[in-house]
Design a protein around this ligand. Structure first.
Ligand SMILES: *Cc1c(COP(=O)(O)O)cnc(C)c1O
Length: 374
């Protein structure tokens, strides 16, 4: 029987700091010396590097993934009376941003295999008021963009990608964030590319969108004290720009490590009585989260906890059933696939610095937990 002699954290940011802390210190020190604490050169440098990384003409550094989503929606002209189609199986920020813009979120259930918005269900959700589709690339696997882009094109609707979990993910060779008109990324510390605090970015190859987002993040100014738009204080910190430039150089290696551990999980868990993440052909999954689905989720989770293994649930409640959004008028049963996945999903430890021993230990403990649930 497995006892908690070992510990496997869900995420280990201290391990990352041990590897690159020296470099981060130098970069932060430079910002401290420069006195450019808000926007400035460090942010501009990062924007240029990150735009290239996302294969977009421009990246605009903002204060969080949430502000990226809010500004993307505003720049796309989404406002009061408009509807935005999205998935209920997401972090609450996706939906909050739609409401910040004054629009109405319209949910579409997910594909039971990928846990991303089901393109086949989108058309039925489109009305004359639909202004945008906001697919979420959940866990680091992009939504099925082909049919989504075709549908959006046919209806003249903007596609805004919530790529907050999908830095470097690809669909048919295209980078997450570059496929729709606008992409939104988060650099929350636990994301695949994380700041030392809050930060986010909007990426786009649409010059007009980029210009509007740049103005909106900085009080709607087109020149100092000339406020053409009603804007926000959504600027990125200089220190975050400097930190992100350093970390961006490691991102590809970290992504490869995540994919390596995911393949090890896949191999060890195949054939067990649970659902592992889909690997659809032509998609590059970046495994922000490695989640499995099992009927025995709560039992398995407590057994893993007893074995010293930390797990997460992304997410235990779909957004349409969150108390704060009861006024949207949805009820239990409206999106049965999302609700079923929410009851069964369990996220295993996933971070680049994992070891083979840790992954094998998790798989062994998971196997025992499944056996003891019968
Ligand atoms: C993290 C996240 C956000 C919000 O990003 P913040 O930087 O925390 O504001 C939005 N959508 C999804 C899917 C996320 O995972």
């Amino acid at each position: 029987m497995i006892t908690a002699t070992k510990r496997v954290p869900f995420l280990d940011l201290a391990a990352q700091y041990r590897a690159i802390g020296g470099e981060l210190g130098v970069a932060v020190e430079q910002v401290l010396r420069s006195g450019q604490f808000v926007l400035g050169e460090a942010v501009e440098n990062f924007e240029n590097e990150f735009a290239r990384y996302c294969e977009c003409a421009q990246a605009i550094g903002v204060s969080s993934g949430t502000s990226a989503l809010h500004l993307a929606l505003l720049a796309a002209g989404v406002g009061a009376g408009d509807e935005v189609v999205t998935s209920p199986m997401t972090f609450v920020a996706t939906v909050a941003a739609i409401l910040y813009a004054g629009a109405k979120p319209v949910f579409v259930d997910i594909d039971p295999r990928t846990w991303n918005i089901d393109p086949e269900r989108i058309e039925r959700a489109i009305s004359p008021r639909t202004k945008a589709i906001l697919p979420v690339h959940l866990h680091g696997l992009t939504a099925d963009m082909g049919p989504i882009l075709t549908l959006a094109d046919r209806h003249g609707i903007t596609v805004i990608e919530d790529a907050a979990q999908a830095h470097g993910a690809e669909w048919k060779g295209s980078r997450a964030g570059s496929m729709g008109r606008i992409g939104c990324l988060s650099f929350y510390p636990g994301k695949n590319l994380g700041a030392c605090g809050e930060a986010g970015a909007v990426v786009t190859s649409d010059a007009a969108i980029a210009r509007t987002v740049r103005m909106l993040r900085d009080w709607g100014q087109e020149a100092k004290y000339r406020h053409t738009l009603k804007g926000y204080n959504y600027r990125m910190d200089g220190i975050q720009g400097a930190v992100l430039s350093v970390k961006l150089r490691y991102l590809e290696g970290w992504t490869q490590a995540r994919r390596h551990w995911a393949a090890r999980y896949d191999a060890a868990l195949a054939g067990k009585d649970l659902q592992i993440p889909a690997r659809p052909l032509g998609f590059r999954h970046v495994y922000h989260v490695y989640a499995v689905c099992t009927e025995a989720r709560d039992h398995v989770r407590s057994k893993l906890d007893q074995a010293g293994i930390a797990t997460g649930i992304h997410y235990p409640t779909p957004v349409h059933l969150q108390p704060a959004y009861a006024d949207l008028g949805y009820r239990a049963g409206d999106f049965p696939i999302s609700e079923r996945v929410a009851r069964r999903t369990l996220s295993l430890p996933m971070f680049p610095e994992l070891t083979a021993e840790q992954v094998d230990y998790v798989c062994e403990a998971l196997g025992e937990a499944l056996q003891s649930s019968r």
